[in-house]
Design a protein around this ligand. Structure first.
Ligand SMILES: Cc1cc2nc3c(=O)[nH]c(=O)nc-3n(C[C@H](O)[C@H](O)[C@H](O)COP(=O)(O)OP(=O)(O)OC[C@H]3O[C@@H](n4cnc5c(N)ncnc54)[C@H](O)[C@@H]3O)c2cc1C
Ligand SMILES: NC(=O)c1ccc[n+]([C@@H]2O[C@H](COP(=O)([O-])OP(=O)(O)OC[C@H]3O[C@@H](n4cnc5c(N)ncnc54)[C@H](OP(=O)(O)O)[C@@H]3O)[C@@H](O)[C@H]2O)c1
Ligand SMILES: Cc1cc2nc3c(=O)[nH]c(=O)nc-3n(C[C@H](O)[C@H](O)[C@H](O)COP(=O)(O)O)c2cc1C
Length: 594
């Protein structure tokens, strides 16, 4: 039909293909002007109902967005980039490092990596295989690969963003080319992401212009609400009780939170991320030392709130970050502080045992309310291992929280989150939470496999979840708990649970090490050596080993295990180390350390 053909012909740069245009022409053929008017309204209405057409997108991914995370931050950053890429018309393959086959690197053309740093400058467990592959002797060339890396870290640590730096080094050694400069993002990483997204996508556009892509369906799949650090879930505290004696070295509480099981799902091994309120006494002192009023309105990320609310709920007061001390040095113009600020290592040590209040007290400075809010960092959520299994407590989450406290600079210091949870929060109060998945600390899928669970202090928490899950799944594999703490009578955490499981036959063995009960400091690694024959036998039977708690404890445990393999496997040191390494590769040595 002449009219329709002319109409189509004058539409500039039609988004329709030739075939679609000809179909449209056929459909409109023979319609009266009234009918055409009606049809145009109908089509406009259809267009309004559907989400606005995305520019264009390829049906095969143009880039891989790989993330390696422990607490979920890197995943959030990667997901945000994938969503932005989609809006630009690009499909991407979003994949966790543990699900990624390193050999596929040679097939990639565009690889975007978001990676955090853990331990002492190490990559997250999920990226172990990737790093191993890149460090390996294979000759894979990555000359056709262009990459971009977003590193997440914390400059309070000695090896800031080391995993991102190492990864870049390894990729470059194989001739991969940099698409954009690596970003080493600090605790305020969220402030860096949107600019990075733009820079990356601009460069991707140079490599693959969007008009080379093809249309993808307009409607995005419906996704249910996911609670994460940007959208926490409001749980209620159902129960809180002390599980160490009054005279114990560490003050540890067991907390029970109420959740809606339709909204929150978790697995044994996962941690819980949570936000907290700072100590009101500390806030009063900050206000009094600065001469500011808590009633003053301040703006924070587009919101207007009172200064006392912002100090209580939004800002970081108890972890003093080097960047904050540095800004305070400029503000106070104090020569001593300025000198410390010039030496990175000194500054890190200085911050380690201080809170913001120490800085303010020792180095007073004039600051107004907005200035204070801009200077302090936003509160970082803290992670706590989940001590329950949802198969046993469907609508609850249990936590084991130790109050972090230390004396320094003439005052008693209490950790922000652990202080809130152990001293200030009450039953009935609400708590903003989200599940921080830890797919690298999972029970074996085969319930027949024996497990050895090694933990010190609060590191025992996930094993309570493990045993509950093994019980409710009717797993037949043997279970051995190796637990260490300071005193049998003061801090044998969850003793009655273990004894009940022991009686019921669920817990086959329990070995304990109390470090301060006598002069010989007994640690879990000593217990492992004492039980070396049996440990070796369990390993031969395919046992999976878990280690949870302090970083140094894990180092000592891995050392002790290598020694056990050497001694009882009658092999030399090198092959003991190789066998231990192979346990890790097989996913039979899993650790969750902090
Ligand atoms: C995956 C994971 C799981 C975890 N699970 C648990 C758990 O189940 N239970 C648990 O209790 N904790 C757990 N933690 C630790 C927890 O996340 C917090 O780090 C801990 O509770 C301290 O946080 P806070 O806010 O109380 O202290 P913050 O306010 O964060 O203060 C910590 C700061 O105090 C300083 N500091 C710490 N110790 C000393 C010291 N001895 N002397 C001087 N300065 C010091 C350092 O600067 C440190 O950065 C886990 C951590 C991770 C990463
Ligand atoms: N950053 C870290 O490395 C780290 C490590 C652990 C805990 N923490 C924090 O400290 C707080 C209290 O933790 P907690 O009371 O649960 O436990 P903890 O401080 O880890 O102590 C638990 C037990 O582990 C022992 N231990 C200490 N060093 C060890 C090592 N190298 N090898 C083996 N065992 C070792 C302790 O013995 P002794 O005390 O008698 O030596 C104690 O018996 C928590 O807030 C936690 O976050 C931090
Ligand atoms: C136990 C632990 C160890 C860490 N070690 C380092 C480190 O050595 N270097 C660093 O830059 N950041 C370190 N960080 C900070 C994390 O990299 C940072 O919090 C990051 O945002 C976490 O991202 P994720 O949630 O994706 O794992 C460490 C954090 C934790 C909890």
């Amino acid at each position: 039909m002449q009219i329709a053909a002319e109409t189509v012909a004058i539409i500039p740069a039609s988004p329709l293909s030739g075939l679609q245009i000809s179909r449209l022409q056929q459909a409109l053929e023979g319609l009266t002007p009234d009918q055409l008017n009606w049809a145009s309204g109908y089509l406009a209405g259809q267009g309004a109902v559907l989400p606005a057409a995305q520019p264009v997108a390829n049906d095969s991914p143009v880039m891989t967005i790989l993330y390696a995370t422990h607490g979920g931050n890197a995943r959030n950053v990667a997901e945000a980039l994938a969503a932005k890429a989609r809006n630009h018309g690009y499909t991407s393959r979003l994949v966790s490092a543990e699900a990624y086959r390193p050999r596929d690197l040679s097939k990639e053309r565009l690889l975007i990596v978001v990676i955090s740093t853990q331990g002492e400058g190490e990559p997250p467990e999920s990226a172990r295989e990737l790093f191993k592959f890149l460090k390996g002797k294979n000759t894979t060339s990555l000359a056709d690969l262009q990459y971009a890396i977003f590193g997440l870290g914390d400059s309070s640590y000695e090896f800031f963003c080391q995993a991102a730096k190492d990864l870049e080094h390894l990729l470059q050694a194989r001739n991969a080319r940099n698409l954009v400069a690596r970003v080493d993002a600090d605790v305020d990483f969220e402030t860096r992401t949107s600019e990075w997204n733009q820079v990356v996508l601009k460069e991707v556009e140079q490599v693959i212009p969007t008009d080379q892509a093809r249309i993808i369906p307009l409607q995005q799949p419906h996704t249910s609400v996911r609670y994460d650090r940007n959208h926490p879930y409001q749980s209620a505290v159902l129960e809180k009780r002390r599980i160490t004696t009054e005279d114990a070295v560490s003050e540890i509480d067991h907390l029970v939170l109420e959740i809606d099981p339709d909204a929150i799902r978790y697995q044994p091994g996962d941690a819980l991320g949570l936000f907290f309120r700072n100590d009101p006494e500390q806030i009063d002192e900050i206000l009094s030392r600065t001469g500011l009023s808590g009633e003053t309105d301040v703006s924070l990320q587009g919101e207007t709130l009172s200064l006392s609310k912002v100090l209580s709920e939004r800002l970081e007061l108890t972890q003093l970050h080097p960047a904050v001390a540095s800004a305070w040095a400029s503000l106070s113009d104090n020569p001593e502080l300025i000198a410390i600020n010039k030496d990175k290592n000194k500054l890190r040590h200085f911050c380690h045992e201080r809170q913001f209040i120490d800085l303010l007290t020792a180095y007073p400075a004039d600051v107004d309310a907005e200035g204070l809010v801009n200077l302090l960092h936003r509160q970082q959520p803290r992670l706590y291992s989940i001590a329950s299994s949802q198969s046993t407590y469907e609508d609850e989450i249990h936590l084991t929280v130790s109050a972090l406290q230390y004396k320094a600079h003439g005052r008693q210091h209490l950790g922000g989150a652990s202080g809130y949870l152990t001293r200030r929060i009450d039953e009935g109060d609400s708590l903003d939470i989200y599940v921080a998945e830890n797919t690298n600390f999972r029970l074996p899928t085969d319930g027949n496999i024996p497990i050895i669970m090694i933990g010190t202090g609060t590191g025992v928490a996930p094993y309570r979840a493990f045993l509950q899950a093994r019980e409710s799944q009717g797993s037949t594999g043997q279970n051995w708990l190796v637990f260490g703490n300071r005193h049998f009578h003061h801090d044998f955490l969850y003793q009655t649970d273990w004894l009940t499981y022991r009686k019921a036959g669920l817990l086959d063995r329990i070995s304990v090490a109390f470090s301060r009960d006598d002069a010989n400091r007994a640690y879990v690694q000593n217990r492992l050596s004492d039980e070396g024959v049996e440990i070796y036998r369990w390993l031969q039977e395919g046992a999976h080993l878990y280690v949870c708690g302090g970083l140094n404890m894990e180092k000592a445990v891995s050392q002790s295990l290598k020694e056990i393999i050497r001694l009882h496997g009658r092999v030399d040191e090198e092959s003991a180390a190789e066998q231990f390494e192979s346990l890790r590769t097989q996913g039979r040595y899993l650790r969750d350390v902090y």
